[in-house]
Design a protein around this ligand. Structure first.
Ligand code: NI
Length: 170
């Protein structure tokens, strides 16, 4: 099932998500649906709150279908180590058509559970590191625009409000 992507302005995006405690068939199905929804929206990462579900689940595929082994599911993820700094353009499916430069760690280790509840650690660099941070932020109710200057953030919010008024946002 393909879910519509929830956009900036929906409270679910700015609330910390709840920990996953049941590793059942429902979780497996939800993860499959999240990948489908992410690909449909042409994204390389998706967090459950972005489809309106306040649970600590994220899916990532920075290769966008090229490498099936690159598909990652993070349940209850925590960032355990970061190193270096890199500034790069960043966007979000929940804030379509906007991009801003964001400085983040270049190398990131995440600790998470898989769909069976087994804990693992994964270290990523560059785009993958950025995805770990971006998606974990989502699960903490934080959007990437919280990492840009107040001036730029207010400008984006003003433009989004204009789009909302014109009925071109939700
Ligand atoms: Ni996002």
């Amino acid at each position: 099932m393909i879910y519509p992507i929830v956009k900036l302005g929906e409270p679910v995006l700015e609330k910390p998500a709840d920990a996953v405690t049941e590793f059942d068939e429902g979780l497996k199905k939800l993860v499959e649906d999240m990948f489908e929804s992410m690909y449909e929206a042409h994204g390389v990462g998706l967090a459950a709150p972005q489809i309106g579900i306040g649970k600590r689940i994220a899916v990532i595929d920075v290769t966008f279908k090229e490498d099936p082994n690159a598909k990652l599911v993070l349940v209850n993820p925590e960032i355990v180590h970061t190193e270096g700094r890199i500034t790069s353009q960043e966007g979000c499916l929940s804030i379509p058509d906007f991009r801003e430069k964001v400085t983040r760690a270049r190398e990131v280790t995440v600790k998470a559970q898989d769909i069976h509840g087994k804990w693992f650690e994964h270290t990523g660099e560059d785009l993958l590191a950025r995805a770990f941070l971006h998606e974990t932020d989502h699960l903490n109710g934080k959007l990437y625009i919280s990492h840009v200057s107040a001036l730029k953030r207010d400008l984006i919010k003003r433009k989004v409000k204009k789009l909302m008024r014109a009925g071109e946002w939700f």
